[in-house]
Design a protein around this ligand. Structure first.
Ligand code: FAD
Length: 661
């Protein structure tokens, strides 16, 4: 391995300042309490270095905290660890993440931009610093840096989600073995989910009210942590050559194989190309094409967006999520979610920023029209925490099987498992249900023939973000609304395409939208025409993302299949040829979904019931559907009879339905 250019190892002092967003400095004693593991004296002799001069050599391991503002874990590391002889902010490109998680181009791009931007922030404060980027499993990197750099401390922001817990348990065990002191400090949420669960007697918070009630006993939300203005130098950055270790070896399935169009050279060396060691990988090195999104990553961009929102006190004071507009071309909500997901801004900066702005706005204007929780911004942030607490407390939160809060509904295209209960990945195509496979594919790629759904899905793929109520529409359509396809399939597509993908909010919201948990009004279904018409009769979003429909008159923009042929010809778009005909009958399928979910609610199975695990529940439910006339064939037959009775042709029926909707 080449020697990267050497840097001096003198230490600069650490001073603290605040970012310009409104917030107050907070004394250390008020920062979230860390989990500190002080290992017993290491038994492993190989971890002791001959040239050990004493003093601390500290790794700050960045994960989903790509910022220097409001980062309690970093502040504590710098304040608590005395006599720092070397300090390295690092990132580990973990092959488990790179290959085993579905991540689309836009999220990769956002991550890489955010890493580069963080690296610049470090350099700005100390020109010997950067984000030292490694490519390999964290356990391997840490072991190696103990040997090569004599690491004494490892600090990071605590993560409570299932994947991170497993990863961090391994790291804790390794640190114990190597004699490294670990300081893990909460900071990703308003309250540490593990503390909330503990106070809630080990149970998840399943409603906002429950979460509010538990956290009301936990004291106020911490104030934003101050930003370090300067940082200690790194120590030596020389790495011993030990190619024999398979740091980047990954033998599982590459779930991103179909996104990778070029040669993947990411893991050819533990520190990246020799010309630019420790650099953040590029999209090309990972075998990816350019991203399409216009959403730029980074803590600077995130703070610009935060300041934009906080700079409009009227908007902050009257923010009402249910009244925001999913059809708007410009985001009608904050579009802060990607920056929150990757920790480009601190959650307390947003919370206290809003609190301060709202207080002042009320003083200045009297606060007319002030919105309350849950629809105001505070309610939105609480929802995020509520899902985090649920995910941290409920095993298998991201799937139906084994999930104790998820109602069992016999959805089509559920996850598949082998005889040992391991999920089969990638999911094999269901040859017995080609119709659902077709529907899923049409939904994913925006070809359902329902312009509102198609525009949302195309925007999601292109931008990596869609409005919350657009997420509602597409999730409802795929699951309880019309397609009756498992929420696991929709969640999977969101996993891949959302920049703001979050391991708790994504499955949590999918369970909500499919009425599988958190929400039970399965009979309330979004109209595919009437719903978008509420906020935009002109169909601007459809015209942008489904350009083939752009010349349709407003009257037909959400239902071009109803337009007479002359109108279609004038719009230069023939339905069924230039744009798909609807893949299903909206209302027939809706009635069927509601009827079947009613059956499932009546039976009341959950994902961890034995009957679900051994397949009995599915059989029973299907029998019940048949007995009750709730199968596709029976419903269609019934519908045809009804149409004959009514004397109405199929098209008339469509028209009538659109009118009453
Ligand atoms: C099916 C479905 C899947 C979703 N998946 C995700 C996901 O993977 N990651 C994600 O961050 N959000 C997810 N959401 C929640 C929500 O849609 C987004 O957080 C929001 O649209 C992001 O846009 P914004 O930043 O402009 O939101 P704003 O309305 O400006 O809200 C500010 C912040 O509050 C939080 N927030 C708001 N609503 C929710 C919510 N319902 N659940 C959790 N947090 C919320 C987010 O951090 C958001 O950035 C999902 C919603 C649905 C219906």
């Amino acid at each position: 391995m080449t020697k990267p250019k050497s840097t001096k190892t003198s230490q600069t002092s650490t001073s603290i300042s605040t970012h310009k967003s409104p917030k107050k400095e907070v004394p250390l004693s008020e920062l979230p309490k860390p989990t500190i593991i002080s290992p017993k004296k290491s038994k492993n002799k190989s971890t002791l270095r001959d040239d050990d001069e004493g003093g601390a050599r500290v790794l700050y391991w960045h994960r989903t905290d790509l910022r220097l503002t409001d980062l309690p874990a970093l502040v504590r590391a710098l304040e608590e660890i005395k006599d720092i002889k070397g300090f390295w902010p690092i990132w580990c490109f973990d092959p488990e993440y790179v290959y085993k998680h579905r991540v689309g181009l836009n999220r990769w791009n956002f991550l890489l931009e955010s890493m580069n931007n963080l690296s610049e922030q470090y350099e700005k404060r100390n020109d010997k610093q950067k984000l030292w980027t490694f490519r390999g499993r964290p356990e391997f990197i840490i072991r190696k840096l103990k040997l090569d750099w004599g690491i004494t401390h490892l600090c990071f922001e605590k993560d409570s989600n299932a994947y991170s817990k497993v990863r961090d348990e391994k790291v804790f065990a390794l640190a114990e073995e190597l004699g490294i002191r670990v300081i893990s400090t909460p900071g990703r949420h308003l309250y540490d989910p593990d503390d909330v669960i503990k106070l809630n007697k080990g149970k998840p918070t399943m409603t906002l009210h429950q979460w509010q009630s538990v956290t009301s006993k936990m004291g106020d939300i911490e104030k934003p942590a101050p930003t370090p203005e300067s940082l200690p130098d790194p120590g030596s950055i020389k790495l011993e050559d030990n190619h024999e270790e398979d740091w980047g070896k990954y033998e599982g399935v590459d779930l991103n194989a179909d996104v990778r169009t070029g040669k993947d050279t990411c893991f050819e060396s533990i520190i990246g190309p020799l010309s630019d060691p420790f650099s953040v990988p590029t999209m090309a090195q990972m075998g990816f094409e350019e991203a399409t999104t216009t959403i730029k990553g980074g803590t600077i961009e995130g703070h610009k967006r935060l300041d934009l929102f906080l700079g409009d006190p009227d908007k902050v004071g009257t923010f009402s999520k249910p009244h925001s507009e999913p059809t708007s071309l410009e985001p009608s909500t904050t579009l802060l979610s990607p920056y929150i997901k990757f920790g480009c801004i601190g959650i307390r900066e947003l919370w206290w920023g809003c609190k301060d702005v709202v207080e002042k706005w009320k003083e200045d204007t009297g606060g007319k029209g002030e919105t309350k929780e849950p629809e105001n911004m505070f309610g939105q942030l609480q929802f995020r925490d509520m899902y985090a607490c649920a995910e941290a407390a409920i095993p298998h939160f991201e799937r139906i099987r084994g999930n104790s809060v998820c109602k069992y509904i016999a959805w089509n295209l559920q996850n598949q498992y082998d005889l040992n209960g391991n999920e089969i990945l990638p999911r094999p195509i269901d040859k017995d249900d080609e119709e659902s496979e077709k529907r899923l594919n049409a939904w994913k790629f925006g070809k359902t023939g329902f312009p509102w759904i198609d525009a949302c899905m195309r925007q999601l793929k292109y931008e990596g973000w869609i409005h919350h109520l657009a997420r509602h529409s597409v999730a409802c359509f795929l699951t309880r609304g019309q397609c009756y396809i498992s929420w696991e399939r929709g969640m999977e597509v969101f996993d891949e395409w959302l920049i703001d993908w979050d391991p708790a909010s994504n499955p949590g919201n999918w369970m909500w939208l499919s009425a599988s948990a958190f929400y039970s009004q399965y009979f309330r279904v979004y109209g595919l025409v009437s719903w978008p018409q509420k906020t935009d009769k002109t169909g601007a979003l459809v015209r942008k993302y489904c350009p083939e429909l752009k010349d349709f008159p407003d009257k037909y923009i959400y239902s071009p299949h109803l337009a007479p042929l002359a109108v279609q010809e004038k719009a230069k778009c023939i339905i069924g040829k230039d744009y798909p005909s609807p893949i299903l009958d909206e209302h027939l399928e809706k009635d069927l979904c509601i009827a079947r979910i009613k059956d499932a609610y009546h039976l009341n199975y959950h994902g961890n019931d034995q009957d679900v695990l051994d397949g009995t529940a599915e059989k029973k439910l299907k029998e019940i559907h048949e007995q009750n006339g709730h199968t596709h064939e029976q419903k269609k037959e019934e519908d045809v009879k009804k149409r004959k009775r009514d004397g109405a042709g199929a098209l008339d029926k469509f028209v009538k339905r659109e009118k009453v909707n």
